[in-house]
Write a protein that binds this ligand. Structure first.
Ligand code: GDP
Ligand code: MN
Length: 344
C-alpha cells in the first residue's frame, strides 16, 4: 500500500501545474517557520494542510522546521507529503537550548517544585520559550529571510487568505503582525515588567517615539499582562535582528526570568513590539480566521458568508480586553483625531 501511495504522490508532483515554483523568485524573502518535536507530526500535518489549502498552495513559500533533537525520517516524509514547497529541517546549537551558566541550580530547582502554573515544572518549556524569544530568528536557516510567519502543530486556518500577508506588510512598512491578544498568567511573569522598566531606564533612546507603552500598563505602575499570542506572528525579521531587540533579549536573559519564572516568548515579543516599534508598524490581522487550541479567532460575519468555516458568534477573542485596548491605544497614536474617549 505504501508503495502505491508513493507512486500516486510522485505522479501528482510530476503533473503539478506550471505555477509550481518552489525555488522561483518570490515577491518577499519569507518562510513559514516552526520549532517542533517529532511527536508533533500529526498536529503539524493538520496545520500545514490548512495553511496550504487556505494560502500557501498558491505561493509556495518554503517551510523551515527546527528541533532540539534530530528529525526522524518518518517526520520529514510526513511533512513533505503535505506541500509542494521547499521544506528545510534544522537542528539547534547548544547555546540556544540550554540553561545558562548564570542560573543558580538550587534556586531554579525550588522554583520548579513550587510553581503552580502550566508547565511550571518543566525545563523543556522554558528552553522553548527562551529559544523562540532569542534564538529562532538567528537560526542559520533563516539567514536569508526578510519575514517569517510562525506556525505551530494543531493550529487551524478557517478562511481563504486571498492576498499575500508578507507583501501586505512590506508595502506598508509593517514590522509585526498578530491575530490573538490575551492577558498573561501573571504568576509566570512577576518581575518581567520591572526588569523591562530597568532596561528602558538604562536605554531610554531605544524606545520608539510613537510606541504603545500604554497598551501594557495597568494604571498602577504595573504590567496588565496584555500580549500577542506568538504562535501566530508575521514579522519583519529586521525587528528581531535590531540592536534594540537584541539588547532587550540579552538583558532579560541575564536577569534569569526565563528560568526563575516562566517568561514566555509571547509577552517578550509583545512588550518589545509595543515599546521598540511605532504603533503604525504593528498590524492586527483580524481578517485571518485562526484557531490555536482553546481559542477561536473568527472574522465578523464569517458564519454565513465567504470562505470561512468558523462561527463568529462564538468567537470572543476579538473583543478581549487586550484586543479592545490595543485598538484604542493604537488609534489614539496613529489617528488621534478619530479617537473617541476611552471606555475600556
Ligand atoms: P503552548 O502553545 O504555549 O501551549 O506551547 P506548545 O506546546 O504548543 O509549544 C509551542 C511550540 O514549541 C510548538 O511548536 C511545539 O512543537 C514546540 N515545542 C515545545 N516544546 C518543545 C521541545 O521541547 N522541543 C521542540 N523541538 N519543540 C518544542
Ligand atoms: Mn501551542
Amino acid at each position: 500500500v505504501q508503495t502505491s501511495l508513493d507512486a500516486v504522490l510522485s505522479h501528482a508532483r510530476a503533473e503539478a501545474p506550471h505555477t509550481y515554483s518552489p525555488d522561483g523568485e518570490k515577491p518577499v524573502r519569507a518562510a513559514l517557520v516552526a520549532l517542533v518535536r517529532n511527536s508533533d507530526l500529526f498536529g503539524l500535518r493538520l496545520a500545514m494542510r490548512q495553511v496550504e489549502d487556505r494560502f500557501n498552495s498558491r505561493h509556495n513559500y518554503p517551510y523551515i522546521f527546527v528541533n532540539d533533537e534530530p528529525f526522524t525520517d518518518e517526520f520529514k516524509r510526513g511533512v513533505r507529503d503535505m506541500t509542494r514547497a521547499r521544506v528545510q529541517f534544522g537542528s539547534l546549537d547548544h547555546d540556544s537550548w540550554k540553561i545558562p551558566e548564570w542560573i543558580d541550580p538550587d534556586r531554579y530547582a525550588r522554583v520548579k517544585r513550587e510553581a503552580r502554573y502550566p508547565h511550571g515544572e518543566k525545563d523543556s518549556y522554558r528552553k522553548m520559550c527562551r529559544f523562540q524569544a532569542g534564538f529562532l530568528h538567528r537560526h542559520p536557516l533563516l539567514k536569508d529571510l526578510d519575514y517569517y510567519w510562525r506556525i505551530e502543530p494543531d493550529v487551524e486556518y478557517y478562511c481563504n487568505i486571498d492576498y499575500d500577508p508578507f507583501v501586505y506588510m512590506k508595502q506598508r512598512g509593517l514590522k509585526y503582525g498578530w491575530n490573538i491578544a490575551m492577558s498573561e498568567f501573571m504568576d509566570t511573569v512577576p518581575t518581567l515588567w520591572n526588569t523591562t522598566r530597568r532596561f528602558i531606564a538604562e536605554h531610554p533612546h531605544m524606545l520608539a517615539p510613537a510606541n504603545m507603552q500604554r497598551w501594557l500598563e495597568d494604571g498602577r505602575g504595573g504590567y496588565n499582562g496584555c500580549h500577542f499570542w506568538s504562535n501566530f506572528e508575521i514579522v519583519d525579521l529586521s525587528f528581531y535582528r535590531s540592536p534594540e531587540y537584541q539588547a532587550y533579549f540579552d538583558y532579560l536573559d541575564r536577569a534569569g526570568g526565563f528560568f526563575y519564572e516562566r517568561w514566555g516568548d509571547a509577552p517578550v515579543h509583545s512588550i518589545a513590539a509595543a515599546l521598540l516599534l511605532n504603533a503604525s508598524q504593528v498590524h492586527y490581522f483580524a481578517d485571518i480566521g485562526y484557531y490555536h487550541p482553546s481559542v477561536v479567532s473568527c472574522p465578523a460575519g464569517a458564519r454565513t458568508r465567504g470562505s470561512c468555516v468558523c462561527d463568529d458568534s462564538k468567537s470572543f477573542v476579538q473583543n478581549s480586553h487586550c484586543a479592545v485596548l490595543y485598538k484604542h491605544v493604537r488609534q489614539s497614536i496613529v489617528d488621534p483625531a478619530a479617537t473617541e474617549p476611552a471606555h475600556v
